[in-house]
Write a protein that binds this ligand. Structure first.
Ligand SMILES: Nc1ncnc2c1ncn2[C@@H]1O[C@H](COP(=O)(O)OP(=O)(O)OP(=O)(O)O)[C@@H](O)[C@H]1O
Ligand SMILES: [Mg+2]
Length: 244
């Protein structure tokens, strides 16, 4: 029996004004998988995630999550279905405390449940617990990424969409983020990971899709995608793929 995807995206078409950014993107993520969506600058990775999570509207196509059609629902409705999005650039509120940033991730929960959840979640990363009362703007880039992930987890998702968690981080911190992704997955989380840093994404993911100019060009196991000569040439820079 073929397993049922947890997330299924079919023929997604997205326009920004006159410009068509996605020309019919399809992908599946099965329960318990880490799936990478890799591609270069402007390929349509963030647009795909934004359309899945209801931050932008799809002109056509469909998104199914846990058996429900969630196409073009509002983002707060999608969070309540327990699909969370950790956005590109972290989107931390620098003037608010680390703890208050976490609480903001719990808006889909009742106030008391959000506080209980934040009290638990703040302990996931010891460095965030130590700094829970500091302004989030004082955190390093790596710590802010941890906070963005924790904030996404506040809504108790079954699945996380992560957009470029390695962006702007030094190699040691990229490895920490990669380990966090593997730890979450080991605890049962399903993940769709968007990355320009293909080496990192392919190192942690089970399967991968390659997107170019708003179209999925290639899909397969991470091992197979990593060996594809075009992928090596365009995204792994020859031997650089072995760096993570
Ligand atoms: N708000 C917007 N308005 C108009 N065009 C946009 C907007 N956001 C993205 N685009 C365009 O849509 C296309 C896909 O962009 P998208 O942000 O999805 O790419 P990406 O793969 O996430 O790139 P990056 O790796 O740089 O984050 C690009 O041509 C981009 O210029
Ligand atoms: Mg992007």
């Amino acid at each position: 029996m073929t397993p049922t995807p947890l997330l299924s995206v079919r023929d997604l078409l997205v326009r920004y004004g006159q410009v068509e950014a996605l020309h019919g993107v399809s992908l599946n993520v099965y329960p318990g998988e880490i799936v990478a969506l890799i591609g270069s600058n402007g390929a349509g990775k963030s647009t795909t995630l934004r359309a899945i999570s209801g931050m932008i509207t799809a002109a056509s196509g469909s998104v199914t999550f846990a058996g429900q059609d969630i196409t073009n629902l509002r983002s707060d409705q999608i969070v309540r279905q327990r699909l969370a999005h950790v956005p590109e650039g972290r989107q931390i509120f620098g003037d608010q405390s680390v703890f208050d940033n976490l609480l903001l991730g719990g808006i889909s929960l009742e106030r008391r449940a959000a506080r209980t959840q934040a009290d638990q979640e703040i302990r996931r990363f010891p460095v965030l617990f130590e700094r829970r009362r500091q302004r989030a703007g004082t955190l390093s880039g790596g710590e802010q990424q941890m906070l963005a992930i924790s904030r996404g987890l506040m809504s108790r998702p079954r699945m996380l969409l992560m957009d470029e968690p390695s962006m702007g981080l030094a190699p040691l911190l990229v490895r920490q983020v990669a380990q966090t992704i593997l730890d979450l997955n080991a605890q049962g989380m399903t993940l769709l990971l968007v990355e320009q840093l293909a080496s990192m994404a392919l190192a942690v993911a089970d399967r991968a899709y390659v997107i170019q100019n708003g179209v999925v060009r290639l899909e397969g196991s991470s091992a197979a995608v990593s060996r594809n000569p075009e992928v090596v040439r365009l995204y792994l820079g020859g031997a650089a793929g072995a760096s993570v």
